[in-house]
Structures are given as C-alpha cells and as structure tokens.
Write a protein that binds this ligand. Sequence first.
Ligand code: AMP
Ligand code: DBH
Length: 540
Amino acid sequence: MTTELPDLDHTPWPPELAARYRAAGHWRGQTFGAWLTALSRAYAERVAVIGEDHRWTFAELDARAHRIAAGLVDLGIGPGDRVVLQLPNRPEFLAAVFGLWRAGAWPVFALPAHRDSELRHFVEQAEAVAILTVDVHERFAHAEAARAVAAAVPSVRHVLSVDAPEWTSVAAAQPRELPDPDPEGVAFLQLSGGSTGLPKLIPRTHDDYLYSVRESARICALRPDSVYLAALPVAHNFPLSSPGVLGALHAGAASVLAPRPDADTAFRLVERERVTITGVVPPLAAAWVQAAARTSRDLSSLEVLLVGGAKCGRELAARIGPALGCTLQQVFGMAEGLVNYTRLDDPEDLVLETQGRPISVADEVRVVDGADREVPPGGTGALLTRGPYTIRGYFRAGAHNATAFTEDGFYRTGDLVRRRASGHVEVVGRAKEQINRGGEKVAAEEVEDHLMAHAGVLDAAVVGVPDEFLGERTCAYVVPTQGAEPTAAELRRFVRERGVAAFKVPDLVEIVAAFPVTGVGKTSKRELRAALAAARTEKG
Ligand code: AMP
Ligand code: DBH
C-alpha cells in the first residue's frame, strides 16, 4: 500500500536512529561554517585551493567565506533561502559555498553543463531567491541565461556573477558574527541524476554530509601533504565529497581545480602541482589510460585514481594501475547518500571486479527481489539502503517519496547489484529508467518530453544502447505523426535548441511505425532494447 506523503523540505530521520548516530559520533553537531573555522585554525597557512590563477590558504578561504556571508546577508539572503549555484571549477566555488553556508542559505548545486531548461527547473522547484554564476564559461553566456530565467521566475531577486562588480562588493563586505545554523538541518540541495524526469532535489544536512566527508578522507588515506585534483565538475557529489575537495579540506590537503577534465589539462596540473589523488568517470579513465602512453608529463606523484559514477568494467580496471602508475580505487556512490569504496588494501580481485563496500558499519544494505524479499547470498537484486548519511526523502516530493522509499525508510537506489561475502557489491545494471552516458545521467522521460514537443512526433521512447566508449549512449525511438517525416538530424537539432545539456541530445534517432507494448498497453522499453540489440547483432 502506498500512502500519500506530505511535500516536506526535509524528511528527518526517526528520533531513535538520530540518537544512535549522535551517540556513535557519526553526527557531531558541527556546521560547515564551524568546520571551516576549525580547519583554518589547524592549517592556517597551508594551501587549501589552487585554481588557474589563484592559490588560497585555509586562512584566506576562511576569511573570504566570512566576508561573502556578510555580503549575502546584506543583500537579504539568509537562513533557508535557496540559491542556485552554477559555477565551474574555480576557487570562487568554495568561497561562495562556504559563504552561503555561513549565511544559513542553501546552495543548489547546478552543473556548468546545465542549460536554460534545467536551470529554470531548479530555480522553480527550489523557489530560489538568487542565481550565482559566472559571465562566460566554455563559450556559454551563463549570466545572460540566468537573467533570462530570473525574468521568468518571480522568486528570484538576484542574479550574481562572480565576474561582475556586484560580486566584488559582496566579497568585500565587513565580516561579522552570524548565527550558526542547525547542524541537523538542511545545508544544501544536491541534484539526483534524474531517474524519472528532470533531476530531483536532495536535501543534505551538515551532520550527515560531514560524516561521509570525514570517513571518505580516511578511507582514501588523505594526509596534509596529499594533493587532490578536481577534474570533474566540482559541484557533483563525487568530486565534492568522495573524497573530493571537502575530503581534502578535512585532511588539511590542497585541492587543484581543473577547468576541464581532458588528459592534457589534467596531466599538466598533475605535473605542476604534484597531484597525489583524483577521481574520474570510466570513459575519462579510458581516455587518460590512452593518453598516458604518449604523454611527456611526469605523473609519478599520482598515488590513487578513483573511478566511479558508472560501471568500470574489469578490462578497463586492469589497465589503470599499469598505465598511470597508481592504485585504482572504485567508488559507487549517489547524491542521495550511500557511497561504497574499494579499500586501498583490498585484494586485487575485489578492486578489479567490485564497486566497493559501504563507508560505514551503520549503512544498512538490502538486496531484494521484485517483492522486496532478500535474495539469497550472492544473488542479484535491487539495492535498498538507509543509514546515517542517506536521505529519507527528496525536497518537496511527497508523491515521489512514497515510491522512492520503503515504509521503513530504505531508499530504493534503482541499482541492481550482487553482494559478496565481504560486503563488496558489484553493480549489475539499473532497475530505474536512467541512461548512464559515461557518468552523465540522462532521464529517458525528460528527453522523451522534449521530443514530444515537436509537431511531427506522435510518441517517443528513449533507451540506452551499449557503447564501447561511454558505457551507454541514448537511442530515441520516434513514431511520427501522420503525414510528418521528421529526420533524425532535425529532431536532434530540435532537442538541442530547446536549451538542454548537450549530453541529453539523443545520440541515435530511429523512426519507427509503432512501439511494442506491454499487456496493459504501455510502451515496452524492454522489447525496444531487445529489438535494438538484435538489429546490432545482425549488423555484426
Ligand atoms: P546520481 O543520481 O547522479 O547521484 O547517480 C547515482 C547513480 O550512478 C547510482 O545510483 C548508480 O546507478 C550510478 N553509479 C555511480 N557510481 C557507480 C559505479 N561505480 N558503478 C556503477 N554505477 C554507478
Ligand atoms: O554517480 C554518483 O552520483 C557518484 C559517484 C561516485 C557519487 O554521488 C559519489 C561517488 O559520491
């Protein structure tokens, strides 16, 4: 039975579990702002963050965050206000995020790849009061796009660009004591990959997130002289917290923010900054492995390469250590919470064949069949989880929460896994409708929606196609309206022009007369995928 749930900003943990997490020391009652204060005392003159043209110590980052917090409060941005942040990998990202945290506002972590339609969705869903962005990044005029969204959404009072004079004055405000927010309250809204449409907003608390950050730093063996390279967009949960720039801060280590993740850029920074640890998605790992064979850069400082976000197959996994001269660490995480790592001292077969085991003994994991019954040990099933850093509900999504969580609070990850006796999990596939395009998550329904907006499209169904390089690519099946003859190129252009991230434009478009249907008349994606696989086998 599914009961209606209210549209809460944040679904709290049950009191007895919260008490247990506190008693165990998982939750320490510390906010991000207080945490940075403590770090800046411990590591004041050590370098915290390195960009293309800045290098800030912990003390400087801390001072900047204090000023920005005061500047934001002066603009009327305060406790509980949502601010959509769309910043590329620049040191200003960290200063702004800690400034927002100290002001009690909730950053909403958009990615630089998001375009008008996603930005508008986040702003509307979050009822954001401000958008904080840059003027231009990778030839896209972000501030202009943000102003257009702001004009259409009444909740938005400010569009701020870190490249504009107003930001200089925000960042130059007189610092002052501000009330510390509730550590068990929401700190920010992270984005889900968007399994059933556009990304959903994920409320994470200071206490829960900091626990995962501290444990990640420990599991990845970060030390004060480690150097973390953020190659992926830093607002994403993986480079933010697994162990990411926050894990590096926790250890007193420096983070280098790469403007782009390509091998040329990353290798240049590894050599220049003596990077010891970084994280990439599998397609990027494959590109780096290839590039490493020809590079003249000195990569000898690199100790650990984390690979995650999508399945890293054994073939690729086995090439990483030899090619890059470092240890592979697999990571299987989700913005909703649960993160699994292979451990640095795990035997080789676990490192090459599994996606790791949970961070915490307090992480509860169940592997279940279609009726939510535990499958026998070693069997494949759907992964359910709850624990001290896994959410109990999405932001204002009562109806969705009723199906995304079990009645006893387990999150339905949508992933199909097999578990070994050691607790390590192997990701086998996904139960939910999401295409994982080299770590970038594409929600089938969202792309279908865009296609359906075209006058020549009667119905659309988007499925993932196995792809050697990306793991999966998207294929859109389209049934044209009568008399219409839309071409694949036209439809791809149409989706792109609706203002969506490039990775969501269908890679392949197949025009068909009708879709296969299930017993009750629903489009059968299972059959579509099977037809596609058969067609590919025929072609050889
Ligand atoms: P997101 O909703 O964007 O946070 O994406 C989380 C999802 O990415 C997980 O539920 C998995 O489907 C997928 N994922 C993350 N890491 C891995 C991995 N190492 N192997 C396989 N799938 C992964
Ligand atoms: O894909 C993810 O969301 C992800 C991957 C690795 C993640 O959230 C994480 C580590 O924390």
